[in-house]
Write a protein that binds this ligand. Structure first.
Ligand code: ADP
Ligand code: ASP
Ligand code: MG
Length: 441
């Protein structure tokens, strides 16, 4: 049995949902289907989820969403009109709008795209619609309760032959609708796959598989045939947005492989994500490169810091008190740096710097913003000498200044921090240092 998740581009309009239905009908093992809200139909389009956040903003301001909801009406009337003409979508949309205005909940509003998308696909397939509200559970802080969710899904789906479930949301222990972070339908699909003990979790999107770099930055990057769960986690966390970084957790412990497939090229094998010991032998040195913009680094200097017991704890405690999580903490003998996402420190930086100075009495505390991080990831990096040399030589010969270096103890990756104006250039330089011709793929 297979669990399939179809993303926003696959669910974008009546025509693409028709392709989705064909893919499902082609294989009777595709029994549990998780869907996203309709995504962009072209570059300039809006995702339904973004339009729903706009509805929420209008509700928060005016109590109603008469203006913003028009976009939702139009999208779903177009889709249902061409796909399921007997389905009274207008009546459903009227109820949805009224519920959104009544609950005034941002997460409830955002969740309706997936709910409507699943309702329509279920009608088209003649399959059962099974709402994930009440099945996928969160605590009141919005943390997923995985074991309870698995039990709920197993009990509910035990006698169901084929079902369509909305991704992205569930309910908390108080019964309120809660969503995952953006792109979270990937996580919902993984939970359903784990609950039902799927043989494979198929994740259907708009590219042939996981590429070794972002195709918007590197021209025609190699397609990765096999990837380990750990490599996937590193690459997706660092910005390869094809899969949500948390989607491996539910499936990894059960050894369920994830197969990334292209809705628009369904016969292509795609990328398989598997456990380490299932990787084929010829796995390459470098599996992929991913990166993110928008980091700030706090550099702290203090003579003899290394012998001051508790110094690191004091620094991190200042961040903890401000509710800020950090990405990396590279250190030297008398220096310690902390790399933080801009969004976490926005509006708090001056306060953090003042508190740091007060707590640790440093010789120098300064910040450097406009930083991007780039991760070069590969299981075989640890066992090959010269990998770091190749990487830094590529950056140096392209006149790119490296602001930070971090190699995790797993030796699965090397992370470098560069100025954001060098970001695209740096990714291309690293990529082409390891992959010189298509035959290196
Ligand atoms: P979906 O709507 O199916 O969830 P997403 O937009 O979340 O799809 O993810 C697919 C997109 O991720 C691709 O269209 C591609 O532009 C982008 N992307 C970024 N990095 C990578 C990568 N390393 N491999 C493949 N796609 C990538
Ligand atoms: N629709 C949600 C989003 O746009 C979730 C998803 O597509 O996975 O983020
Ligand atoms: Mg996605």
């Amino acid at each position: 049995m297979k669990v399939c998740k179809f993303g926003g581009t696959s669910m974008a309009n009546g025509k693409t949902i028709g392709l989705v239905a064909d893919i499902i009908n082609e294989d009777s093992e595709r029994r549990f289907i998780v869907v996203s809200a309709p995504g962009k139909r072209d570059k300039k389009d809006v995702k339904v989820t973004d339009a729903l956040y706009e509805c929420y903003d209008e509700i928060a301001k005016n109590g109603t969403c008469d203006i913003a909801f028009e976009v939702i009406n139009k999208r779903f009337c177009d889709i249902a009109g061409s796909l399921t003409p007997d389905f009274d979508i207008c009546g459903v949309l009227k109820d949805v709008k009224a519920q959104m205005e009544k609950t005034k909940s941002k997460e409830f509003c955002a969740s309706r795209g997936e709910c409507l998308s699943a309702l329509i696909l279920a009608k088209k397939l003649g399959a059962e619609f099974v709402d994930t509200a009440g099945l996928i559970e969160f605590d009141t802080d919005g943390n997923l309760l995985l074991d309870r969710s698995i039990e709920n899904l197993q009990a509910r789906l035990a006698d169901v032959d084929r079902a369509v479930l909305p991704g992205f949301y569930g309910t908390d222990t108080d019964g309120n609708v809660r969503t995952f972070s953006r792109g979270g339908s990937d996580v919902s699909g993984a939970i359903v796959a784990r609950a039902m003990g799927a043989e494979v979790y198929e994740n259907w999107t708009d590219v042939d598989g996981f590429l070794s770099a972002d195709p918007r930055i590197v021209d025609k990057p190699c397609l990765i045939d096999y990837l380990s769960y750990r490599e996937l986690r590193e690459l997706s966390y660092m910005g390869a947005e094809v899969l949500h970084p948390e989607s491996i957790f539910p499936v990894r412990s059960a050894g369920i492989p994830i197969n990334i497939k292209n809705t628009f090229n369904p016969s292509f094998k795609g990328t398989m994500i598997v456990a380490n010991n299932k990787l084929p032998k010829e796995h390459k040195i470098i599996t992929g490169i991913a990166g993110r913009k928008g980091f700030t680094i706090i550099n702290i200097e203090k003579d003899m810091m290394n012998s001051e017991i508790g110094f690191g704890r004091k620094v991190l405690e200042v961040l903890e008190d401000e509710g800020i999580s950090f990405e990396h903490v590279p250190s030297g003998i008398d220096t310690l740096s902390v790399v933080i996402r801009d969004e976490y420190v926005s509006g708090k930086m001056q306060k953090v710097l003042a508190k740091l100075q007060e707590t640790i009495n440093g010789d120098n505390v300064e910040i450097h913003s406009g930083l991007s991080l780039i991760a070069t990831v590969g299981h075989n990096m640890a066992s090959r000498h010269g990998t770091a040399a190749t990487l830094f030589e590529a950056l140096a010969s392209n006149h790119i200044n490296v602001r930070m270096i971090d190699q995790g103890s797993s030796e699965l990756n090397i992370i470098v921090g560069v100025d954001t104006f060098d970001y695209e250039k740096a990714i291309n330089a690293i990529y082409h240092a390891f992959i010189k011709t298509p035959s290196d793929c």
